[in-house]
Design a protein around this ligand. Structure first.
Ligand code: NAP
Length: 285
């Protein structure tokens, strides 16, 4: 079976592409230069010509970019999943789309499950929530996977590189007043495979167990990088979300509960600390 992956130059798309290629699957990993997902005509022609068994959309416009350019956010995060879902349905292929904990406003202090209504508080969150609905309306058998704070190889982001920075003696700015679930991209990829194998369709949350702040994540990353508490202390500069002065608001408390996977008989993913230990360990080699 052929699998098309869009946004394959990114963190999730890259990890999924590598995992599938290593397993001997025929993967067409498309970076933005290969396929602009906002070009509905190009999407339709490509999916029609390749006749894949599965189309996976990993293309996305980032959180702050969405706030700066709402029209581009709508094109990438809403219209593209709609067009991809429609093209997959016409080609008789399955469709997998990714979404985010940022569809929730995080104003309470609760675990959000697939049964909670989205209430986004940023352009990114609003367009991602609309993109979920657009994909499911265009193709009701789509699989939509919401994940949260993803880390792994291939991305220059706080979560993916904090351990490396601190090991090199460079400090990191870690936010102390935002809580969420964390997800190792390899665990996400494996779990998505299990959901597909079991015929899961509709909305799923996929995250590692446990909840943390960026500060707690940074301290654990430092420990795993071999730094003692006294060595780590000056390297973790704690700040509030407000002090970051970022264009888009981030929700304060959005841990995800994975009810739909549980109903498929899938055990919770390991704790984020165990997943981070594996990532940091592999990164040393
Ligand atoms: N990373 C996280 O912490 C996180 C958390 C929750 C949910 N998610 C979800 O997971 C999915 C994948 O995210 P990610 O972290 O892998 O994102 P990423 O690393 O930012 O990758 C996104 C990719 O999409 C590409 N792209 C942007 N506009 C495009 C277009 N018009 N046509 C084709 N490709 C385009 C980007 O290309 P350029 O680099 O060339 O712009 C980039 O390679 C998204 O649905 C996201 O909402 C991620």
């Amino acid at each position: 079976m052929k699998i098309i992956i869009t946004g394959a130059g990114g963190l999730v798309g890259g990890a999924l592409s590598r995992r599938l290629a290593d397993a001997g699957v025929d993967v067409l990993a498309l970076r933005r230069a290969d396929l602009d997902v906002t070009d509905a005509g190009a999407v339709e022609r490509l999916v029609g010509a390749e006749r894949p068994g599965l189309v996976v959309n990993c293309a996305v416009l980032g959180v702050d970019e969405c706030e700066r350019d709402p029209a581009a956010a709508h094109a990438v995060n809403v219209e593209a999943p709609r067009a991809l879902a429609r093209s997959a349905a016409r080609a008789g292929a399955a469709f997998l789309h990714f979404s985010t904990n940022y569809v929730f406003d995080g104003e309470g202090r609760k675990l959000y499950t697939e049964e909670d209504e989205p209430r986004p508080a940023s352009v990114y969150g609003r367009t991602k929530a609309e993109g979920e609905r657009a994909a499911l309306a265009a193709y009701p058998r789509s699989l939509v996977v919401r994940t949260s704070w993803v880390f792994g190889a291939g991305k220059r982001s706080f979560l993916s590189t904090a351990h490396r920075e601190m090991r090199a003696g460079r400090s990191v700015r870690a936010i102390r007043d935002t809580w969420a679930s964390v997800t190792y991209v390899e665990d996400l990829s494996a779990r998505v495979g299990e959901i597909l194998e079991r015929g899961g369709r509709g909305l799923f949350h996929v995250v590692n167990e446990g909840v943390c702040t960026y500060e707690e994540f940074a301290r654990e990353a430092a420990r795993l990088a071999g730094l003692g508490e006294r060595e780590a202390a000056p390297l973790v500069e704690t700040v509030t979300e407000a002090e970051m002065l970022r264009p888009a608001a981030r929700p304060r408390y959005t841990p995800l509960g994975c009810l739909a996977a549980e109903r498929l008989g899938l055990a919770p993913l390991r704790d984020w600390r165990a997943a981070l230990a594996e990532y940091v360990g592999n990164d040393e080699r």
